[in-house]
Design a protein around this ligand. Sequence first.
Ligand SMILES: Cc1cc2nc3c(=O)[nH]c(=O)nc-3n(C[C@H](O)[C@H](O)[C@H](O)COP(=O)(O)OP(=O)(O)OC[C@H]3O[C@@H](n4cnc5c(N)ncnc54)[C@H](O)[C@@H]3O)c2cc1C
Length: 281
Amino acid sequence: MRPVLLPASLEELWPLMRDHPGAAFMAGGSDLLVRLRQGLVDPPAIIGLEGIAELGLVHDEAPGWLFLGAGASHTALLEHSLVQRRLPLLAQALAVLGSPLVRNQGTLGGNLGTASPAGDTLSPLYALEAQVELRSATGSRRLAIADFILGPGRTALQAGEIIYGAWVPLAQDWSLAHFEKVGLRQALAIAVVSLAALISLDDGGVVREARLALGSVGPTVVRPRQAEQALLGRPLDAASLKAAARLVRQEVSPIDDPRASAHYRRQVAGNLLLRLARPAD
Ligand SMILES: Cc1cc2nc3c(=O)[nH]c(=O)nc-3n(C[C@H](O)[C@H](O)[C@H](O)COP(=O)(O)OP(=O)(O)OC[C@H]3O[C@@H](n4cnc5c(N)ncnc54)[C@H](O)[C@@H]3O)c2cc1C
């Protein structure tokens, strides 16, 4: 029988991790339970994290940063006033993640831990240039999300560490925050392509900063830097977005899979950019 351990605090967690090497963490279980049932993983023990209240914290106590605890469910984040007010980009992604049931069960830490290129919280966190905090019995470290996610299902998490949460810089008020995912159906769809975009415009409507992050078009979320650069200094109109869309299609590296062909993904990745056009005043 595989033991299931339920620590109620981090102090209880560390010795359990030491005594059960190779144990799998379970937050909401919406990914892990599927993989257990499919026989894709067979850990010697399971450590449930849901009893550790500290992991569910959301706060803005550190000036300039919003902290999102790994154990916060997608619903809790979506309903949190700080997320609604300060991170509309993430809120848009959370609103279309799975179904109400999946959002109630699934957590931010689980989305990060699964490290799927289709994970809906990832492209917003890349665009926001979030950092992931990892904790162990002996300390803590923070990594840029792009350094934390190494590939599909692969992260920089090391033995003895847990994902503690994500730190999101609040440096800017963006003129435009837009998340969109294209799936095979309207609801409960895994992204075939997703785009998270943050745009800052000056008073004349000219792009001062552009951050684009695309999901499901490569082994990890892609920031198409040339497309971002191409938007700078131009109005956010059809002509500039079309030019940037062409660059996006060159910068992504999607694969064919049962949900969509690489060609389709490449086209849609560019097309999603066209939605950012602002109507002329
Ligand atoms: C029907 C269905 C629909 C779905 N739709 C979507 C969707 O639209 N978009 C989307 O992005 N995802 C979707 N998912 C996937 C899943 O719900 C999300 O990835 C969710 O965020 C996982 O969170 P969890 O807490 O349930 O993770 P778990 O299953 O508990 O864990 C997932 C992985 O992360 C690890 N982990 C969890 N917490 C920590 C931690 N604190 N420290 C270290 N490792 C940790 C676990 O060990 C495991 O490897 C769907 C899943 C299902 C079953």
